[in-house]
Design a binder for this molecule. Sequence first.
Ligand code: 5RP
Length: 224
Amino acid sequence: MSDDVKKVCAREALKWIKSGTVIGLGGGSTISYLIQYIKEDADLRVKVVTPSVKTRLLCIEQGLEVLYTSAVDQISVAFDGCDEVDESLNALKSGGGIHTKEKLIASMAEDYILLVDETKVVNRLTFKHPVVLEILEDSLAYVQKKVAALGGKPVIRVSGAKDGFTVTENGNLLLDVYFEQVEDIASLESELQQIRGVVDTSLFVQVATKALVAGEGGVRLIAS
Ligand code: 5RP
């Protein structure tokens, strides 16, 4: 997504925010633009919860109040990016490895709105990106066996450090699971969730309530 398209998308997102509310902000560059626009709007006063360290630091830098998510039980609207979303609002996130907290914030929000461009929208999820599982370290071999039985190819995510595994803020491991073909997205999500040791998956089945899709001709809305 070009920076100009991201900005158009972020500007449109601003229209969905009511002053005086708690909002959720995920990660990514479109969210960074949205933070800037919130800051610039003198009439808009909001408090923020976020799963992303980068977003938290950016909000603080811009003078936005960031609350502990643990002290909040309701969010009016949350915005996030994703890697792929379909026309039924099923989405796949893969990059940041913070999907467990992202999904929590999404569930707490009355509205969970994905900010994307047309290149990320598909009729049906293609799974060219892996499904990411956050897993307890002790469950590694067990979860690898279970996902292989479901047709997935699990690859443990490594950090830059030699032989180092990526460890999440929650102290867990990340397993990138590649699927060639997925017949039933909802069943796959449910089966993955049921594997003991899996904390959460980056497959967001009917979690988003809307997507703002930016393209050359402007922004269109996909709504549930
Ligand atoms: C990764 C994500 C990110 O939120 C998403 O990739 C951000 O995209 P962009 O920088 O284009 O706004 O979900 O899984």
